[in-house]
Design a protein around this ligand. Structure first.
Ligand code: AMP
Length: 505
């Protein structure tokens, strides 16, 4: 069945089967009926109090109220912006500056931050949801090319970029996931990725439009191996969505296999390279399940290609391929403005209906990455790759964007904020790789005069100050202090040289 409207497809379950489970927490199961009631209430509140079209921020983690606010915003015609709680204040401030939201639904406690937007704390969200609302006009939900959500991602200048995803973009993705990956009505999905990471869209909308449910796995569990390893063999989920990095951690628990977790049927990976060893181990542990590697950037709505991993596929390729491009989309391998010849490596350019309209209020970055190609909206990914008989093969990045545990980081973003730390004169951050995977971030730092006796104390102070403006996963693990940073022939910091240095052994 093709989904034509996201909200209608979700609400249909709330009307037809209000008791159907939608969000399965450890201590409480929420139903589609509750989701419809709460999201209607949030939408009514917005429609009554806020003018159409300005975005709405939803701040929190994996709480049920996050969903109610997302859907409520969409029903009332607003794009929503998920911001994960614990995002450093400076970064939240930068996002607010770019987005200028009308309202902030603060499911988790709002940081001490001044804003012109109306802040609606959890107690008020709950109060809104218990009121009965009467509207004189029907809801005017987000449709077609209107922006459905905005996800902020690392930007080279130090200011996050807001990727605008329309209702039409989202439909293209959801319909593909529902048709090509063995997903059937009412399946139970793992919800592990923060909503501010577009990987979460891979579970959220396919699950909800097909009458399925989400089982959130909270940060407290993910970050505590003892709890995580206790929970894993008891999971009753059927569809697994995560980064390969998270799977690598889970595979450390020997009882995480098809015998103990016998309902698991589908594994969907995205967001970073799937290591061959991880794929191999999974096929051994879960011989009856279907394992898929998918690929795509936030700018093209979660993923645009995918392939089922089999023993034969792993034998044929030295690196796990990133799959066949979805039907409504074209991938071109380009070198600047022209397409390269067959099987040659070049930049992966994605053209099709799931390509975003661009970055919110950032024409310069939009113009640099988005264009029209052969009559379709197109996006330059910055990924290198090649096409071999329709199969897309990934070959690293052509710029300084990296993935660490699936999180997308522009190295220049960290440099920018490091240079603003009081102890730092100049800095360049480089990744240390193992088997194509970033193991750690290494910062080369020219320090300002300081009074720390030991370098590790200086590093600790730098980390603390840096943590005020960048996400925790962007803080380098290692600091190397130098008198000066090496320069290239044209006077730029020689990052490639530094990369070679840390990856030499
Ligand atoms: P994000 O926008 O956070 O989803 O990150 C998108 C980037 O992650 C892509 O441009 C790739 O560099 C990388 N990526 C996503 N999926 C894969 C994959 N299956 N294999 C290799 N790299 C991937």
């Amino acid at each position: 069945m093709t989904i034509l409207n996201i909200i209608d497809a979700i609400d249909r379950w709330g009307m037809k089967e209000p008791n159907r489970p939608v969000y399965i927490e450890t201590n409480r199961t929420y139903t589609y009926g509750e989701l419809k009631r709460d999201s209607d209430a949030v939408a009514a509140y917005l429609q009554k109090n806020i003018g159409h079209s300005r975005p709405v921020v939803v701040y929190g983690e994996l709480e049920f109220e996050m969903l109610a606010c997302f859907l409520g915003a969409s029903k009332a015609g607003h794009a929503y912006i998920p911001i994960e709680a614990h995002t450093p204040k400076d970064r939240v401030e930068m996002i607010l500056e770019v987005a200028d939201p009308a309202v902030i639904f603060s499911v988790k406690e709002w940081p001490d931050l001044e804003t012109a937007a109306e802040i609606v704390p959890l107690e008020k969200i709950q109060e809104i949801c218990t009121q009965s609302w009467t509207l004189n006009v029907p809801f005017e939900p987000v449709v077609d090319s209107e922006t459905y959500y905005i996800i902020f991602t690392s930007g080279t200048t130090g200011v996050p970029k807001g990727v605008q995803i329309s209702h039409a973009n989202l439909l293209s993705f959801v319909n593909w996931e529902l048709s090509d990956f063995g997903i059937t009505e009412g399946m139970r999905f793992l919800a592990q990725a923060p909503y501010s990471f577009d990987l979460s869209v891979m579970d959220l909308y396919p699950a909800l439009t097909s009458g399925g449910s989400l089982t959130p796995m909270r940060k407290e569990i993910i970050n505590d191996f003892k709890q995580l390893f206790t929970v894993l063999p008891t999971l009753e989920i059927e569809v697994w969505v995560s980064t390969p990095s998270f799977m690598d951690i889970c595979l450390m628990e020997p009882t995480f296999d098809g015998e103990h977790v016998d309902r698991l049927k589908v594994f969907l990976f995205c967001g970073e390279e799937l290591p061959k060893a991880t794929a191999q181990k999974l096929l051994e542990r879960f011989p009856k399940a279907h394992v898929f590697n998918t690929y795509g950037p936030t700018e093209a709505t979660v993923a645009i290609s995918g392939v089922e991993i089999t023993h034969e596929l792993l034998e044929e390729y030295s690196r796990v391929p990133i799959g066949y491009v979805k039907n409504d989309t074209n991938v071109y391998i380009m070198n600047d403005e022209s397409e390269v010849s067959a099987e040659e490596v070049g930049e992966i350019v994605i053209a099709g209906p799931s390509v975003s309209k661009g970055y919110l209020n950032n024409q310069e970055k939009t113009d640099a990455a988005f264009f029209e190609y052969k009559g379709q909206p197109a996006y330059r990914t910055g990924d290198a790759g090649k096409l071999k008989e329709g199969m897309l093969i990934y070959d690293g990045r052509i710029d300084f964007q990296v993935k660490l545990h699936g999180y997308r980081i522009e190295l220049e973003d960290i440099d920018h904020h490091l240079a603003e730390v009081s102890y730092v004169k100049q800095a360049a951050v480089v990744p240390k790789y193992q088997n194509h995977k970033v193991q750690q971030l290494v910062a080369f730092v020219v320090a300002n005069p300081h009074s720390f006796e030991k370098e590790f104390k200086l590093s600790k102070a730098i980390k603390a100050e840096l943590g005020l403006s960048v996400m925790e996963y962007m803080i380098p693990q290692k600091f190397i202090y130098v008198e000066q940073l090496p320069l290239t022939a044209n006077g730029k910091i020689d990052r490639k040289g530094l990369m070679n240095e840390v990856n030499a052994t």
